[in-house]
Design a protein around this ligand. Structure first.
Ligand code: FBP
Length: 281
């Protein structure tokens, strides 16, 4: 099974680099994410970007993966099946994203990897840590890589009276670097990445911490688990590309982003620039 795991991992991270297109936002944020570029509501449009833009993987929930099985296969883009999800309609401060699909579902849909979001710091973190641990166990038995969306989140992150030493350090980091949100501070991001490693993830997807130097710490804390940078809301081209360069210089293997690609009117323009940074061509 180790061989199978390695082979599937190389589909997502060929030549040691990954360029993943995230498309689970229709569930996580809802159709509001498609308003700026209405074409982006269609998987056909997204698959075309993924294929022509030479993305190494596409992230989908099972509904789309099942309905477009043939088109995904024909595109040649590796499928990463997201196994958990939640909508933004329920706004409890401590998020919980339950497992909805299994490793077996991913295999039957021809996926090359599975994904799961972990909100460490939420009062429901135990459940998510447990579910993700079980998924990793099963995934590795079946020779399929597991990717963790490591997003520390929840009320505790804003609790100034918190007894967590990490939160105190994070507050100090935020004080020094005011542009960072608390869940972008190096201590918090590195903690999430480290939990991914400790749980056994093959790849973790984390937020950028604002500089190459601070992101290096995140990558080092996750090592040997590989790190990809997450995208976030759409920002200016220059700033976005500079974050990608910063993450790669810090040792990240690539990116897993969505809105910063398909919310743009010409997604392939930015995609070419991203490809050039990651793969040098
Ligand atoms: P984006 O590049 O669009 O931010 O996508 C990355 C991602 O992790 C998605 O996979 C996921 O749906 C979304 O961000 C979660 O966003 P949020 O942090 O707002 O919950």
């Amino acid at each position: 099974m180790k061989e199978k795991l390695k082979e599937r991992m190389e589909r997502i991270v060929p030549t040691g680099k990954a360029m993943i297109l995230a498309y689970d936002q229709g569930f996580e944020h809802g159709p509001r994410d498609f308003l700026g570029n209405p074409e982006s509501r269609k998987l056909e449009y997204i698959l075309d970007i993924a294929k022509r833009g030479k993305f190494t993987g596409i992230v989908l929930h099972a509904g789309l993966a099942e309905k477009y099985q043939a088109e995904i296969r024909d595109s040649g883009v590796s499928l990463i099946l997201k196994l958990n999800g939640k909508s933004e309609l329920y706004t409890e401060e401590d998020p919980f994203s339950p497992q909805l699909y299994s490793v077996a579902d991913a295999l039957s849909l021809g996926a090359s990897a599975v994904g799961y979001t972990v909100y460490s710091g939420s009062k429901h973190e135990d459940q998510m840590h447990e579910e993700f641990a079980q998924i990793i166990r099963e995934a590795h038995q079946e020779g399929i890589p597991a990717i963790g969306w490591m997003y520390p989140r929840g009320r505790s992150l804003f609790d100034r009276k918190s007894s967590s030493k990490t939160f105190k350090i994070a507050e100090e980091e935020k004080e020094r670097e005011k542009s960072l949100a608390i869940d972008e501070t190096p201590s918090i991001v590195a903690y999430g990445a480290r939990i991914g490693l400790e749980l056994g993830a093959d790849l973790v997807k984390v937020k950028y911490t604002g500089s190459t130097n601070s992101f290096k710490w995140v990558v080092e804390c996750a090592n040997p688990t590989k790190v990809v940078m997450s995208g976030g809301e759409m920002i200016e081209d220059e700033e976005f590309l500079s974050r990608i360069k910063g993450a790669l210089n810090a040792g990240a293997v690539g990116i897993a982003v969505g809105r910063n690609v398909w919310q743009r009117p010409e997604p392939l323009d930015i995609t070419k620039k991203i490809h050039q940074i990651i793969f040098g061509s």
